[in-house]
Design a binder for this molecule. Structure first.
Ligand SMILES: Cc1ncc(COP(=O)(O)O)c(C=O)c1O
Ligand SMILES: NCC(=O)CCC(=O)O
Length: 427
């Protein structure tokens, strides 16, 4: 079934560390070798052996309307003829920033970058420059990309591969990042009591989705808003995953809590390399060339990425998009709940909007400790069964399932059927 992928993986391993360009693509934690993708369309991806899968990885989030969405492809094709990069201002950059500012009221100004990692790295530098303080608080199991300051008890790939603290991050820098349990107000309170004057920022995923999906407990985001305001620290929402996914205005709209800075990525680029950070003018005007905090990029605001992103901004503002996404995701979750009742396995399900996770544990998953109570061996076998059944999910327990508008009811039913068979084999 995977002959050509196996061959190509072997060849890739000679030239790419671990055969991949990002560790999250490795299938090592699920004891498999990755399938190589040839093309994708709508809700499906197709591998080089001719296998077809219903895709719930969704390029790790960007494909809110499925692959090869026709408006995006058409707009990008037109832009291709005009040029791929100029290193000079273009109107589409301003239009993109205008759209973001319209949809996210806490954002007056935006700086476009090339990835989520760049967005979070730059936002933290800005918070440090703005406050004149050095320390940051992050949450165990949250992932903010691979910037040095964030590879401290990090979720996603680092958690999957057992590398939550990476070698190569200088100890002096790591000591400036304080990691506390997600949803734990007391832990934050204690840190602020001890070193409040040194804390530049609190950064978090307002819905954690890199230790599997873990929603914020009621009041948690409000608490963070209150304490950071009182203590003069910058509150940074990393909405790289949740931005334009859980609502048009992101998690901050969904939960009605306003951060000082917002990091974006994934959906705003419709599959092109892109990220952004933005916030109130008072803080953003510290960014060079207006202010002294340096941040730059040869390809930042790339015309192809901006053109694709702008189409995405139009698509998400169509009537009923988030309702449809929620209905589809609720349908899938309800089906999963039914399986949970029928099947004799420890299962726990979390969902926020179109982000879902199935954990192999009896515990209610509220933080990294409970997320890691999941039986990852069972997940590995479940993953293998799903893959062979034509359902492409993340090769890690500590990631989300992404539902898109392109998933049809029939495909969700098929997914649930394969899920049922995959789980029953594990009983
Ligand atoms: C919440 C969050 N922040 C930041 C990142 C980093 O983004 P990128 O992989 O584009 O660098 C990711 C995903 O990778 C993410 O899920
Ligand atoms: N949730 C994790 C990611 O989105 C990252 C994918 C990658 O690093 O390849």
């Amino acid at each position: 079934m995977f002959e050509r992928s196996r061959e190509e993986y072997e060849r890739a391993c000679q030239y790419l560390p671990g055969g991949v360009n990002s560790p999250a693509r490795s299938f090592s934690s699920v004891r498999e070798e990755p399938v190589f993708i040839e093309r994708a369309e709508g809700s499906k991806v197709y591998d080089i052996d001719g296998n077809e899968y219903i895709d719930f990885v969704s390029s790790w989030g960007p494909m809110l309307f499925g692959h090869c969405q026709e408006d995006v492809i058409e707009a990008v094709s037109e832009q291709l003829d005009k040029g791929t990069s100029f290193g000079a201002p273009t109107i589409v950059e301003t239009e993109m920033a205008e759209e973001i500012a319209d949809l996210i009221p806490t954002v007056d100004r935006v700086r476009m970058v090339n990835s989520g990692t760049e967005a979070t790295m730059s936002a933290v530098r800005l918070a440090r420059g703005y406050t004149g303080r050095d320390k940051i608080i992050k949450f165990t199991g949250n992932y903010h990309g691979h910037g040095d300051s964030f590879l401290i008890k990090a979720g996603s790939g680092p958690a999957t591969l057992g590398l939550p603290d990476s070698p190569g991050v200088p100890e002096d820098l790591a000591s400036l990042t304080i990691s506390v349990p997600y949803n734990d107000e007391e832990a934050i309170q204690k840190v602020f009591e001890k070193e409040g004057d040194d804390i530049a920022a609190v950064i978090l995923e307002p819905v954690a989705a890199n230790m599997g999906v873990v929603p914020p407990q009621p009041g948690f985001l409000e608490f963070l808003r209150r304490i950071t305001s009182e203590e003069g620290a910058v509150l940074i929402f990393d909405e790289v995953m949740t931005g334009f996914r859980v609502a048009a205005g992101g998690a901050q709209e969904y939960y009605e809590v306003e951060p000082d800075l917002t990091c974006l990525g994934k959906i705003i680029g419709a599959g092109f390399p892109v990220g952004a950070f933005g916030g109130k003018a008072e803080i953003m005007d510290e960014v060079a060339p207006k202010g002294p905090v340096y941040q730059a990029g040869t390809l930042s605001g790339n015309p192809l990425a901006m053109t694709a992103g702008l189409e995405m901004m139009k698509l998400i503002q169509q009537e009923g998009v988030y309702e449809e996404l929620k209905n589809k995701s609720d349908y899938l979750r309800e089906g999963m709940e039914e399986l949970k009742r029928e099947i004799d396995l420890p299962l726990s399900i979390n969902q926020v909007g179109s982000l879902l996770s199935l954990f192999f544990t009896d515990e209610r998953v509220v933080d990294y400790e409970t997320a890691t109570s999941s039986d990852t061996e069972l997940y590995a076998e479940y993953f293998q069964n799903m893959l062979r059944g034509g359902i492409y999910i993340a090769p890690s327990q500590f990631e989300a399932m992404f539902v898109s508008a392109a998933h049809s009811r029939e495909e969700l039913d098929e997914t649930l059927e394969v899920m049922e068979a995959s789980l029953k084999e594990l009983e």
